[in-house]
Design a protein around this ligand. Structure first.
Ligand code: FAD
Length: 519
């Protein structure tokens, strides 16, 4: 008997390479494409900030438009997800709920609740992995049920397993025509995508990123035209302070599943196949997608992955609790223009370059402030358009040298790091207009400018822009001693994410980054 199905969108907000939606259409006589806008759940599970709300609503609008083009429509239902489901399962005589399988504990919990509901109310639950972790379970199996804790080991397992499955076919008007709900229900009018003001979300957003599959695909196609750039992409050579992204800038689209990681992976493979030489993991573009898979794999099988306490791969560090200093970092008031410009870009646009993330994460944690990576992760979670449970926590542990990363003796300098790729400080001038008129000589250390130069620049340091909140040399030397001590005391944990045999390629990448930007 064909099913009457609710397809529940959570992340995979797209129509291309959507295996779960395809399975829903192939097994049903009626499909209701639904997004449950459960604000309480979204806020408690993900702490979404304003920019991310805009991005989500734009992505839903886009999905709505694309479904309409295929003769269907997206039904956005506001309310608590369990109640909404109970209600509509009865109302529409539903026999099946389909949804992408996810790895985050809060989504897994939701899946469990739906399974229980299914048993109680008599409907089937069908889920496939569409978002990521394309080979996740096979990787875990091959590694004896535990996650590989180094990228090198991860790549080795992948080399044995081979490539992920191919993307599934595109959905057509015929697919939806066969599964159309009765028109007299007037569903499109009843369940439209809310406007930001309906949800009391401030309207203005300066972010240059517009949500949705259509925008994501346009950006992706634009990059793919530049085959030479794709083939030679080398992450450490990209520039953290360019005024336009020097990397793909696709992460917000992957984060909500507006783009399929798997499709991108194969498009890259095709370009590599046509080029004589191409870069390799960890620095290549495909290597970046594999970092993503790596963190997903580790997160999926590590308890308390987003916390220090109870997290078996994470060093247990007695970080300082200093709300005032944390606030200065968060609000771009550290007095170090390079750090403050990055945090301003984060606030205004919701995206910053990977190395810019390195700079501010190192500064907050082991570099200068000795404040817990969990605090930084929470700020990123709220502000980043691409905020992601596994990748965010994984990278914060990395940068704070709590796990994965072992070159802890090299600390990024908040003055020299940015200067190397932007000696004139154009990036700082853009994001900190108060410093615009400073001569380039002082733009990274405006407190060293003579009083006359400050007056001429129209900005007195300590009055119009803060003095540096600390002495970087003293703070970083002190923190380094603390870190040495922690690592000696917790030698076992410190070794846990270190490959037994050094990976030349992985370490070359890390070494080069650190050599270029260290003290
Ligand atoms: P590209 O360089 O064009 O890479 C293509 C894709 O590969 C990215 O879109 C992303 O999906 C993936 N990728 C790239 N670098 C990494 C990486 N280091 N780890 C895992 N996946 C990667 N990325 C997120 O998507 N969400 C986060 O919440 C997040 N938090 C981070 C926190 C810190 C402290 C740091 C240092 C990095 C974080 N990253 C996060 C990883 C990385 O900075 C971003 O994925 C990348 O900068 C996004 O820009 P892009 O799309 O231009 O990347």
């Amino acid at each position: 008997m064909p099913h009457r199905t609710i397809h529940l969108f959570r992340k995979g907000l797209r129509l291309h390479d959507n295996p779960t939606l395809l399975a829903a259409l192939e097994s049903s006589e009626v499909v209701y494409p639904v997004y449950i806008l459960d604000r309480k759940f979204l806020m408690s599970a993900m702490n979404m900030g304003t920019l991310r709300w805009h991005f989500l609503l734009q992505s839903l609008e886009d999905l709505q438009r694309n479904l309409t083009k295929l003769g269907s429509c997206l039904l956005v239902i506001q309310g608590e997800y369990e109640l909404v489901l109970r209600d509509h399962i009865k109302k529409w005589n539903i026999t099946q709920v389909t949804l992408d399988a996810e790895i985050e504990p809060f989504y897994k919990e939701m899946e469990r609740t739906i399974q229980v509901l299914g048993r109680e109310m008599g409907f089937d639950v069908l889920s496939f992995r569409g978002h990521t972790g394309l080979l996740l379970f096979r990787i875990l199996d091959m590694n004896g049920g535990t996650p590989p804790l180094t990228y090198k080991r991860f790549l080795h397992i992948l080399s044995v397993l081979g490539d992920p499955d191919m993307p599934v076919r595109n959905l057509t008007t015929e697919d939806f025509q066969r599964c159309k709900p009765a028109p007299e229900l007037h569903l499109a009018e009843c369940y439209r995508v809310p406007l930001p003001e309906d949800l009391e979300i401030p309207r203005d957003s300066e972010s240059p990123w517009r949500g949705g599959e259509t925008e994501g695909l346009q950006r992706l196609e634009q990059h793919l035209k530049n085959q030479g750039w794709i083939a030679n992409f080398t992450k450490p050579k990209t520039i953290p302070n360019s005024l336009l992204p020097s990397t793909t800038g696709l992460s917000p689209y992957f984060s909500l599943g507006c783009l399929s990681v798997r499709s991108f992976f194969y498009r890259l493979s095709n370009i590599y196949a046509q080029s004589k030489n191409h870069s390799l993991p960890p620095v290549s573009l495909q290597g970046q997608l594999l970092w993503r898979e790596f963190f997903y794999t580790v997160a999926s099988a590590t308890p308390n992955f987003t916390k220090m306490a109870g997290n078996p791969i994470c060093l247990q560090i007695n970080w300082y609790q200093d709300a005032e200093r944390l606030h200065k970092w968060r609000m771009a008031q550290t007095g170090f223009p390079w750090i403050d410009a990055i945090m301003t870009q984060l606030h205004q646009e919701g995206w910053i370059h990977h190395l810019a993330r390195h700079a501010v994460a190192c500064f907050l944690t082991r570099g200068d402030l000795w404040i817990s990576w969990e605090e930084g992760m929470k700020v990123f979670e709220e502000m980043l358009l691409d905020a992601d449970y596994s990748i965010n926590a994984g990278n914060w542990m990395w940068l704070s040298a709590s796990a994965f990363f072992h070159q802890y003796t090299r600390i990024f300098c908040p003055v020299r790091f940015g200067k190397r790729t932007d000696p004139e400080g154009q990036y700082i001038r853009k994001y900190l207009p108060v410093l615009t008129n400073f001569p380039s000589k002082y733009i990274y250390e405006p407190w060293t400018a003579p009083e006359e130069a400050q007056k001429q620049a129209g900005c007195i340091i300590g009055q119009d822009y803060p003095l540096p909140m600390l002495n970087h040399k003293e703070a970083s030397d002190h923190n380094l001693q603390l870190m040495k001590q922690v690592r000696e005391e917790q030698y076992g944990t410190a070794q846990l994410t270190r490959g037994k045999i050094n990976s030349k390629r992985t370490h070359t990448h890390a070494n080069r980054l650190m050599r270029d930007h260290a003290n």
